[in-house]
Design a protein around this ligand. Structure first.
Ligand SMILES: Cc1cc2nc3c(=O)[nH]c(=O)nc-3n(C[C@H](O)[C@H](O)[C@H](O)COP(=O)(O)O)c2cc1C
Length: 452
């Protein structure tokens, strides 16, 4: 039995019949991504016959909400508390003497593109990209560990270049400080992790300043098991599949992109830092973890933002739940459900949600009788509970996200909040929703036995 990380995840997906196996030959250039994209990156798939390579590729693992809940043993109802509790109550990880990721340690003749089946996703992508890699660094002063998914363009045999977005001030600050002294920032790139590790990575290091390995341990309810890297002072999960060790090279930038990003547009080409790979560690018969660039693959980010928006709103009014939607890039759109007690609550909730991060762009506030995971229900609220003259809040000229094309085009973002709640008091009666008694107990198969 696997204890943690990717193989444990694959075991759980297999035993719940969620894993598809593709044994037909698949080209890592475009074809593999096309298959993942066909399923909207919501279907975990093992590609065991990747042309030109012996290592299988696994994609689509973390693109579906219920998969996270099941893998982590949480429910829709308790997930927000579990995440917020882990951030507020971090727990130490555990350092092991060794672990499966050290089964193979390669320090010479490294050629990443030859060793691993690294896919190319979209037609105008500049190169093949590692898209699911978790960049792990240690704060040079506090020694806290921070990890985040960052894509890496394959440049040379042992040189790849990172996209480190402007939204990562802590990492950029560390890198710049060391670079000014001509020093390297040691880092590891981890592939083959699990839902807890991924979710812990998606909290902002700048905002919380907490060691993300400690958040991971709190989230999984047991210590994250680590080993020391072979050639650098960084710890990585003992049960990971593949680890690339090295450093960000001081005073070197290489153009990165174009790359078809999560919203389906090509991001701009820009000079970005370079990682030099010194050592490759991997398990025997490793799996190569891949994430086709799609909104679904950013669901981990959306799940963390839901907890964040919830706590910002709940500081002000009685918040019930938050849905940060997938088509909204898991960061731009929030549907906030509140228990409205005062007429001012929805507008206050809008301020809280928009204030939770610069990425949140559009917020809809609804009542408890609206299912925030059902677009149909949300649209019913928009159609029947909104009067534009009084229910819209527009904040012009705010900071937005560099991942959002209209923000990039304009240089700033206009934010919108919509109060789609019903009025309090007597007029609330106009909004009582019609219910069929016994509807939830209807067994439709009883009426149409031949229906599949
Ligand atoms: C699939 C996926 C791919 C991502 N790719 C990048 C990337 O290439 N560059 C980047 O800066 N952030 C990327 N992110 C977002 C960061 O991982 C995320 O914002 C993280 O919380 C940043 O951590 P930090 O605030 O500690 O820097 C990606 C997230 C996911 C889920």
């Amino acid at each position: 039995m696997e204890r943690q990380m990717f193989r444990k995840t694959l075991e759980l997906l297999q035993s719940s019949d969620r894993l598809l196996h593709c044994e037909k030959p698949v080209d890592p250039i475009y074809e593999l991504g096309a298959v993942l994209d066909y399923f909207n990156s919501e279907q975990p798939i093992v590609f065991s016959n990747v042309k030109g390579h012996k290592v299988p590729v696994v994609g689509g693992v973390f693109g579906e909400r219920q998969i996270y809940y099941d893998l982590m043993g949480v429910t829709k109802e308790d997930r927000l508390q579990r995440i917020m509790h882990a951030i507020a109550n971090p727990k130490p990880p555990k350092l092991l003497d060794t672990g499966p990721v050290k089964e193979n340690i390669i320090t010479r003749n490294i050629d990443i593109g030859r060793m691993f089946p690294i896919p190319k996703s979209n037609g105008k992508d500049s190169e093949r990209f590692i898209t699911a890699g978790m960049l792990v660094v240690k704060d040079p002063v506090t020694k806290k560990t921070y990890m985040a998914v960052r894509r890496f363009q394959i440049n040379e045999k042992d040189e790849i270049n990172a996209l480190i977005s402007g939204a990562s001030p802590l990492l950029i600050r560390h890198f710049n400080e060391l670079e000014a002294r001509g020093e390297k920032l040691e880092c590891a790139l981890v592939l083959g992790y699990d839902a807890e590790y991924l979710l812990a990575s998606q909290i902002s290091s700048e905002k919380y300043g907490v060691d993300k390995y400690h958040v991971d341990s709190a989230l999984r309810g047991e210590p994250l098991e680590l080993v020391k890297c072979h050639s650098i002072d960084v710890e990585v999960p003992a049960f990971a599949e593949i680890v690339l060790e090295g450093y960000l090279v001081p005073n070197k930038r290489v153009d990165e992109g174009p790359f078809g990003e999560l919203m389906g547009y090509y991001g701009e080409v820009a000079p970005n830092p370079v990682m030099k790979i010194q050592t490759v560690m991997h398990r025997n018969n490793p799996y190569f973890q891949h994430a086709f660039p799609s909104p679904e693959e950013h669901l981990s980010n959306g799940l963390i933002r839901e907890a964040e928006v919830f706590s910002y709103v709940n500081n002000l009014v009685d918040a019930k739940d938050v849905h940060v939607t997938v088509p909204g890039g898991c960061r731009f759109h929030a549907i906030v459900q509140i228990n409205k007690k005062h007429e001012g609550d929805p507008k206050t909730a809008i301020m809280g949600a928009l204030g939770s991060s610069k990425d949140i762009k559009h917020v809809v506030v609804v009542d408890e009788d609206i299912n925030i995971y059902d677009n149909r229900d949300v649209e019913i609220a928009l159609a029947s509970r909104v009067q534009a003259g009084k229910d819209l809040v527009v904040i012009g000229g705010a900071l937005g996200s560099g991942l959002e094309a209209s923000h990039v085009a304009q240089g700033y973002t206009d934010k919108l909040g919509i109060d789609a709640t019903k009025p309090l008091g007597e007029k609330a009666k106009l909004f009582e929703r019609a219910v069929i008694p016994g509807y939830e107990n209807i067994d439709i198969g009883k009426y149409f036995p031949d229906m599949k």
